[in-house]
Design a protein. Structure first.
Length: 278
């Protein structure tokens, strides 16, 4: 299979006044078309910065990103991004019109009628038939993320970049959307890079799991996931991958059985300062 994405010797440095921060250092990664990759690491390790470099929002300091052989130097609809926040949608547009707007702006569909018809197909794809005319404030958090995913997929990107898209949701909704995303991916076979802080989510979703080091962000290991879908923590191979990721990330087991405690504050899911790449 062809490579959808090649990253070579990517280093990203931020400089503000007299301060300098190396967010990513010497990232090498090749992704085959149609793969589902999860990326996990502590807060501040550059996971989001890596996605932003792939999306073309941030230029690499050194190295390069290629999508299907073309070097990335700006954003493009071949790389669409879904963020963690639940405020990604235009509040003055309905769910259907949020998707149709993207189709019109990118000229993926010509004319209002074609845009609305295609938008309806993607509403159905994410399981929101009947909610086409609802506005964002009338939708739950999970529904908003489904619309955001539908909007990103509607322009038929080569790569879908997902930056902790379920991080703001409750556990029940998160699990439901994990299953929904797997179903959507199996239907579309879009290449997915999915950032998460959740080890279980990384294993359940990813065919390969990228474990990253604390700042500066480097790839510690790439773990092939042999578990067949649908994946659950009950799978025989699950504990082995779980333990391997905990060792790689330096997460230690606490005094209570089954409780995982980070060894230092850097591993907590906290809001990081502007300068720190997450």
């Amino acid at each position: 299979m062809e490579h959808a994405l090649i990253i070579s010797k990517l280093t990203k440095r931020f400089s503000i006044q007299e301060r300098s921060l190396i967010a990513l250092q010497d990232i090498d990664l090749s992704v085959v078309e149609g793969e589902f990759i999860t990326i996990i690491g502590p807060s501040g390790c550059g996971k989001s910065t890596l996605l932003r470099c792939i999306a073309g929002f941030e230029p690499p300091t050194t190295g390069f990103v290629q999508v299907e052989g073309q070097e990335v130097d700006s954003p493009g609809i071949d790389r669409m991004m879904v963020f963690q926040g639940l405020d990604q949608l235009f509040p003055w547009l309905s769910a259907l019109e949020n998707i149709a707007f993207a189709l019109r702006v990118t000229r993926t569909a010509r004319g209002a009628a074609k845009s609305r018809a295609l938008a309806r197909d993607y509403i159905n794809l994410v399981g929101l038939r009947g909610y086409e005319d609802f506005y964002p404030h009338q939708l739950s958090g999970g529904m908003k993320q489904r619309v955001a995913i539908a909007r990103a997929l509607s322009v038929q990107p080569k790569i879908l970049l997902m930056d902790e898209p379920f991080g703001s949701l409750d556990a029940f909704t998160r699990k439901a959307l994990q299953e929904e995303l797997t179903s959507i991916w199996q239907k579309t076979r879009v290449t997915v890079l999915f950032v998460t802080h959740n080890i279980e989510e990384a294993i359940v979703q990813g065919d390969r799991i990228i474990a990253m080091s604390p700042q500066p962000g480097r790839i510690l290991s790439v773990i092939d996931n042999p578990i067949l879908r649908p994946r659950t923590p009950d799978s025989p191979e699950f504990p082995e991958i779980w333990e391997a990721l905990h060792r790689l990330l330096g997460i230690q087991k606490g005094p209570a059985a089954g409780v995982l405690r980070p060894p230092q504050r850097a591993f907590e899911e906290i809001e990081t300062p502007h300068l720190v790449a997450t």
